[in-house]
Design a protein around this ligand. Structure first.
Ligand code: HEC
Length: 292
């Protein structure tokens, strides 16, 4: 009795110590002091356990990337044939072919020239892209990208939707969130004010210390404007539709298999449910005549 109790006290002491210890670690893991706005409330078709990507919207989103964002941002992890893989913007379920054979992937790739090495001479050449090539990067290297963007590096967008808290809703909010800087805020040259961007603007603010504006500065100007991209499916080119489509496209490139994964998850749940039911019914049957 005595022995059992002391073990119990020791154990609960240990558990309490672990709990307190991990609590103490928590604030360190949380991010540095920034006061950006929470992303806007915006709905995406792929959210939730039954969510799916809207293929037409993925096509519109690719168009926004290709016509606007690709001037500055690379997407080094995505190839043209990915666009025609099952679940992708240009997958054709009526004529399924290997993504690399897809006429859509070929037609898109052929619009680009990519750098390569001539196998005979070793010279650097530019050749027409094939579906196996990754998206053509706008700049030859990071130094060139910085030089063209006032010293700031436009980050690769392949997995951006997973790299930022809020994901697609953050991208949507950032693109639409540009507003006039509040009076009393000194915006550094080459930067723009955006309330959704992480930052700490205390040292640029001349107003009351308790009223430091939300958000931060970003070296990317406003990119999404009405009618910037004409959609082939006649969807109106409002800023909301453009930003929503490109955020959807970036959510897909960051996690191309999320819909398949959710569907597998549902099938597994269904299987487990049926299995539990059968086990329960056989339990009832086997013990039917036994008093217990
Ligand atoms: C004219 C060049 C240019 C274009 C066009 C452009 N961007 Fe940017 N973008 C930048 C630069 C430069 C940065 C880095 C900003 C910084 O570090 O302050 C950036 C940063 C970003 C970020 C990261 C913000 C963060 O949280 O750090 C996202 C997301 C982004 N851009 C999305 C887009 C999308 C989507 C498009 C197309 C609709 C686009 N950009 C078009 C130059 C551009």
């Amino acid at each position: 009795m005595q022995f059992g109790q002391s073990i119990q006290t020791k154990l609960s002491g240990l558990i309490a110590a672990i709990a307190v210890g991990s609590l103490a670690l928590l604030p360190v893991a949380a991010h540095a002091k920034t006061n950006e706005k929470e992303p806007m409330e915006v709905h995406f078709s792929f959210e939730g356990p039954f969510g799916r990507f809207d293929q037409a919207e993925l096509q519109r989103g690719y168009k926004v990337y290709a016509e606007v964002c690709s001037a500055c941002h690379s997407m080094n992890l995505v190839s043209y044939r990915d666009l025609a893989a099952p679940g992708g913007p240009f997958y054709d379920p009526k004529h399924p072919v290997a993504p690399a054979q897809s006429p859509y992937a070929k037609a898109i790739a052929e619009q680009y020239k990519v750098p390569d090495i001539d196998p005979d001479t070793g010279d650097t050449i530019q050749r027409t892209a094939t579906p196996a090539d990754h998206f053509k990067a706008p700049f030859a290297n990071d130094a060139a990208a910085r030089a063209a963007n006032g010293g700031a590096l436009p980050p690769d967008l392949s997995v951006m939707a997973r790299a930022r808290e809020g994901g697609p809703a953050y991208i949507y909010s950032l693109l639409l969130g540009y507003e006039e800087p509040p009076k009393g805020l000194t915006v550094p040259a080459g930067k723009y004010y955006n309330p959704y961007m992480a930052g700490d603007m205390g040292s640029y603010w001349t107003g009351a210390k308790t009223q430091i504006p939300e958000g931060g500065f970003i070296a990317m100007g406003k990119q999404i404007t009405a009618s910037r991209v004409q959609f082939d499916d006649k969807t109106p080119s409002t800023v909301e539709n453009e930003a929503h489509a490109v955020a959807t496209f970036l959510a897909w490139t960051a996690d191309e298999h999320q819909v398949e994964r959710k569907q597998t998850g549902l099938a597994v749940m269904l299987y487990l449910f049926v299995f539990t039911l059968i086990t329960y019914l056989s339990y009832r049957r086997i013990w039917r005549n036994v008093a217990h």
